[in-house]
Structure formats: structure tokens, C-alpha cells
Design a protein around this ligand. Structure first.
Ligand SMILES: Cc1cc2nc3c(=O)[nH]c(=O)nc-3n(C[C@H](O)[C@H](O)[C@H](O)COP(=O)(O)OP(=O)(O)OC[C@H]3O[C@@H](n4cnc5c(N)ncnc54)[C@H](O)[C@@H]3O)c2cc1C
Length: 408
């Protein structure tokens, strides 16, 4: 995006103030909180309350339900601006919030009106209320992204039609907000005879549904203020109206995935910007060999490399975000490129940051190693780098690129 609208500029500024005044001081002053093994003890409620006050928690929720509805033609670009700003403060906090935005977009497009009337006010009225999107299973993830459109790759989680609704059995893993969300979108196989594009359905599942259990909170390497979880469904009955999309749910989820990839890349960029800002400050103040670090030429070279990588990520991200908002034909390819490229480049930026901090870069209380841990997560979230590259080539060469699986 070349220039920001008035709305975007104001939102970015209030978000930036919140991050500088509240989030970064909290993270710096409470670095041990990340390692609290009681997931609910990590992030104090005031942080989500603060996000609520500056109006960035309920982006994507329709205004009629009290949410913050953005200008439609630039919605994805605004998501990117805000996701980056929050991740500059803390990537896990950004994860927590963006799931609300992404799932809200899905619900406002797919959920029946009476369920929107029931759930959106709950999201709006409770600053701690979180949403989750459950696709990944112990025996299936990357094949769903490609996707391998053959029956043997179908989801193991199954939904079977019953009187007045559906009975779901199975389990999901690695789910963002999975440990503490109040409402889940769950994907399940509804037709084992066909490929997953024709036989996967999506359902709305409230946390209190009988047969629903949160099995564990995953202890992650980075983004630790977002509680990633695993859940089990045992003869879980959901009524007919909780079916969001029957059979073709993976195709309809594009509405979630395309802005989702942009948001991933934007959060990732925020981690890189934090790495750069902290390092720029360090090398202009820390003295070694009688001179501040930046006067040593090898240090200057690394700083130039960091800055160039971040600008390249930003340029691609802006182009891809605009393509998603414009519903351009190249949007699918570009948003995969942006997500993949950001994860690989910001990883290198984070490595420079740690190396330029020397021993301090490794010490937990100094706060720089956290950037590296947060950066590494992006290589795996929303598809691995390798699978993202396959998707790019499949999009560009649909007639000749490989299927990568299925019958010979
Ligand atoms: C922090 C975090 C948050 C997440 N949040 C969510 C969420 O909210 N919802 C959700 O549904 N999922 C979520 N995930 C899951 C994420 O999407 C998957 O981890 C990711 O898609 C990779 O799947 P996998 O872990 O099962 O790896 P696998 O699919 O088992 O892949 C293992 C390795 O095999 C490679 N591989 C697999 N297939 C191929 C192939 N055909 N060719 C070449 N290489 C291949 C992969 O690239 C990778 O290197 C999250 C993951 C993380 C880490």
C-alpha cells in the first residue's frame, strides 16, 4: 500500500502507542511469565482488555454486533498493518487476536444469522473470549494444504449425520487458541468415498458442547503467550444449524486462508521490525573495542542486510495484501509467496539480531533470544515453507505441476 487512509493511520497510531506503552514494557518486565507452566497464568487479563480499549480486538466482527468493521476494499491491508504492529510488541498476543479477526470473517460469511446474533455479542462483550480454527490432525496437515484430493488422504475426524444434527468423532492438534477459546470452527470428513475437496465439512462447536475436551496445551518454543492446544471429540453432537459448509468446506475456507496468509506474513514482519529496532538501538549504544558497535564495518553490513530483507518482505506483503483485497487472479499465489518469503527472511533477520547482541543475545532476561524463538514458529504455521512452495508452483502451472500424491 502506498499511502494509508485516515482510518488506517489513526488505528496504527493507537495500536503503536498501546504496544510501546503497555505490551513491550510488560514483556520486558515480566520475561519469566512466558515460562509459567500454567497456561492461564501467562498473559494477565489486562493485556486483552487494553487491546479491547484501543479497538483492535474485534476487527472483522460486524458493526451491528458491536465489532469494529473495517473499510471492505482495504480490509486485508488494514489487518496486515495492525497485525504487524501488535507482533512488534509480542507475536503470541498477535496470534491470539488475529484468530478472532480471521474466524469472525468466516462466521459473518458462513454462519446462519441467529448464530451470529448469539456469538458475536459474546465475543464483543468479553475481552478474554477467543476463537479457534481447527484443521490440523495427528495424521494430516500438509496434505490438506496441497491438497491431496484423494479419499485415502481424507480427514480422520469424521462427522456422521444423525437425527437433527451431526455426531463428530476425532481429534485436532496444534490449534492456535485451542487451549482457551470459547468457540471453535472444526473441519471433519462427511464423505469418505471422495477427495477432501468434495468430502470435508465445517462445523461451529461451542466449548461447552458435550463430548468436547481440550486434551492439552502444547508448550511451544515461541509465541508462548498464545496457548496452542489439542482437542478431542467423542460422540460430540452438534445440531444441524451448526453445520457451516457441507462437503465443500475446504474450498469455502479461502475466505479465511487468503487474508490469513497475509496476516501471518504481517505478524512475521512485526517480529522482524522488533529485531531491527532492538538491534539498531544496541549497536548505537554498546561499546566494544573502544567504539560503539555500528562503527565496526562488519556490524554495519549486517544492519544493511536486515533492513533490506525487511523492506523486501514489506514490499511483497503490500502487493499481496492489495491483491487479496482486489480479489485479483494472482492473489492466491502472492499470499503464499508473502507468507513463505516472510518466514524465511525474518528468520535470517532474527539470526543477525542474536549474533549482533553476542552473549547478551542468548540470555533469557535480555529479551533478544525471544525474537529468534518467535521467528522460527512462522516456518511451520499455516503450512510449511516447502508445502507453500509447492502451492505456488501448482497455482502458476496448474496443468503441468505434479499432484504429489494419490494413485500413480
Ligand atoms: C504455532 C502453531 C500454530 C498453529 N495453529 C494452527 C491452527 O490454528 N489451526 C490448524 O488447523 N493448524 C494449526 N497449526 C498447524 C500447522 O498448520 C501445521 O503444523 C503445518 O501445516 C505442518 O503440518 P504438520 O505439523 O503436521 O507437519 P507435516 O505435514 O507432518 O510435515 C512434516 C514435514 O514433511 C514435509 N512434507 C509433508 N508433505 C510433503 C510433501 N508432499 N512433499 C514434501 N514435503 C512434505 C513438510 O514440509 C514438513 O517438513 C499450527 C502450527 C503451529 C506450529
Amino acid at each position: 500500500m502506498t499511502s494509508l487512509s485516515e482510518e488506517q493511520r489513526i488505528m496504527r497510531q493507537s495500536c503503536r502507542d498501546f504496544v510501546d506503552d503497555v505490551v513491550i514494557p510488560f514483556i520486558r518486565g515480566n520475561w519469566q511469565r512466558e515460562w509459567d507452566m500454567r497456561p492461564e497464568g501467562r498473559l494477565p487479563p489486562e493485556i486483552l482488555e487494553g487491546a479491547d480499549k484501543v479497538g483492535i480486538r474485534t476487527l472483522g466482527v460486524p458493526e451491528e454486533f458491536g465489532g469494529v468493521e473495517l473499510e471492505k476494499g482495504t480490509e486485508t491491508q488494514t489487518f496486515a498493518i495492525i497485525a504487524e504492529e501488535i507482533a512488534r510488541g509480542d507475536s503470541g498476543l498477535s496470534d491470539k487476536l488475529v484468530q478472532i479477526w480471521k474466524v469472525s470473517v468466516l462466521l459473518r460469511n458462513l454462519a446462519p444469522r441467529h448464530l451470529q446474533e448469539r456469538w458475536f455479542p459474546r465475543v464483543v462483550n468479553d475481552p478474554q473470549f477467543l476463537l479457534a480454527h481447527c484443521l490440523t490432525e495427528p495424521r494430516g496437515a500438509s496434505d490438506r494444504w496441497l491438497p491431496y484430493n484423494v479419499p485415502e488422504a481424507a480427514m480422520q475426524t469424521k462427522a456422521v449425520k444423525a437425527n437433527g444434527g451431526w455426531v463428530i468423532n476425532g481429534r485436532k492438534q496444534f490449534i492456535s487458541n485451542g487451549y482457551d477459546a470459547g468457540l471453535f470452527v472444526v473441519y471433519a470428513n462427511t464423505n469418505p468415498k471422495v477427495g477432501m475437496l468434495q468430502g470435508t465439512s465445517s462445523f461451529l462447536v461451542p466449548r461447552e458442547t458435550k463430548g468436547f475436551t481440550v486434551a492439552r496445551c502444547n508448550e511451544t518454543l515461541g509465541c508462548r503467550f498464545m496457548n496452542n492446544g489439542e482437542m478431542v471429540f467423542e460422540d460430540m453432537f452438534v445440531p444441524d444449524d451448526h453445520l457451516l459448509v457441507q462437503d465443500s468446506a475446504l474450498g469455502s475456507a479461502g475466505i479465511y486462508f487468503r487474508p490469513g496468509k497475509i496476516i501471518q506474513a504481517a505478524k512475521n514482519l512485526g517480529v522482524g521490525v522488533r529485531a531491527f529496532e532492538a538491534t539498531a538501538d544496541y549497536v548505537q549504544n554498546y561499546v566494544q573495542g573502544g567504539r560503539i558497535l555500528i562503527k565496526h564495518q562488519a556490524v554495519a553490513l549486517r544492519m544493511a542486510d536486515m533492513a533490506t530483507k525487511l523492506e523486501a518482505v514489506r514490499a511483497l506483503l503490500n502487493r499481496a495484501a492489495q491483491a487479496v483485497d482486489d480479489e485479483a487472479p494472482e492473489a492466491e499465489t502472492l499470499c503464499n509467496m508473502a507468507k513463505m518469503f516472510a518466514s524465511e527472511e525474518v528468520m535470517k533477520v532474527a539470526q543477525h539480531a542474536v549474533e549482533l547482541h553476542g552473549g547478551n543475545g542468548i540470555m533469557l532476561d535480555f529479551g533478544i533470544e525471544k525474537i529468534l524463538r518467535d521467528a522460527v514458529i512462522f516456518l511451520h504455521m499455516d503450512a510449511t515453507s516447502d508445502v507453500s512452495k509447492f502451492k505456488i508452483v501448482k497455482n502458476m502451472f496448474p496443468d503441468t505441476a505434479g499432484k504429489y500424491a494419490g494413485p500413480e
